[in-house]
Design a protein around this ligand. Sequence first.
Ligand SMILES: NC(=O)c1ccc[n+]([C@@H]2O[C@H](COP(=O)([O-])OP(=O)(O)OC[C@H]3O[C@@H](n4cnc5c(N)ncnc54)[C@H](OP(=O)(O)O)[C@@H]3O)[C@@H](O)[C@H]2O)c1
Length: 240
Amino acid sequence: MTPQSDSIAVVTGGGSGIGLACASALSARSVSCVLVGRRQERLEAAAATLGASATVVTADLTEPGAPERVVAETLAAHGRIDVIVHSAGVFEKAPASQVTPDHWQRVLDVNLSAVMALTRAGWEALSQSGGQIVLISSIAAVQAFEGNAAYAASKGGLNALGEVLRLEGRERGIRVITLSPAQIDTELWDGKAPERVRARMMPAAGVGELVADLVGTDRRIDIGPVVIRPVQDPWVEPEP
Ligand SMILES: NC(=O)c1ccc[n+]([C@@H]2O[C@H](COP(=O)([O-])OP(=O)(O)OC[C@H]3O[C@@H](n4cnc5c(N)ncnc54)[C@H](OP(=O)(O)O)[C@@H]3O)[C@@H](O)[C@H]2O)c1
């Protein structure tokens, strides 16, 4: 089933970047979005750009019980969940030898464990709606970059989780889509890439459109892991 006009999408990381771009594109297709993140003001400002149907649930998804609360509040307000877009994530870099236990745990907690917890919490509701799960993974899951030990481990784990969910979801009528993008110009790159490099990254809005299009495709199509990249490596200076 493709999303109907009464469809409800829970979008984690919906207050910024790719999550907000996904919510924006889904809203344009008449899907009501529930934006999830830690910063309430940021979420409310984002929701205001989406129209009256968008709502927010403020939650740190790594806190015990938070994913279950997100699902409970969404069901209490809307009665159903058709899509969960998992876009909440953190990007922290350090050489592997300098990754502290805190760094490792924080990245794994947000990028992998919280995704599993929210998926588990929402599984029954998605089974009832014949819903869909979108995992915003990363090219780092399949391509090595220096300084990415924890991030790559979290996203590699996410891709592997996505494949298991894709199989198990079939039995419950749930479609799972794993998207592994390379560089997208969002605030995740603040302080990590200069403006001229960011200008060559993919636009978040285009990625949001892609996600909404994938969610809207015929449900008889099983969508394997999807890798997207900028046409040219943004870190490579173009020929003068
Ligand atoms: N930008 C890229 O080049 C790129 C490429 C590949 C994959 N990705 C992935 O895309 C996803 C979105 O990143 P982005 O580029 O859109 O960057 P972003 O704007 O920094 O988005 C990250 C979002 O995650 C939320 N978040 C972080 N920790 C959270 C927590 N504990 N609980 C709930 N929400 C939390 C943040 O909201 P709060 O701070 O309000 O909680 C924020 O809205 C991430 O998973 C990232 O790994 C990004």
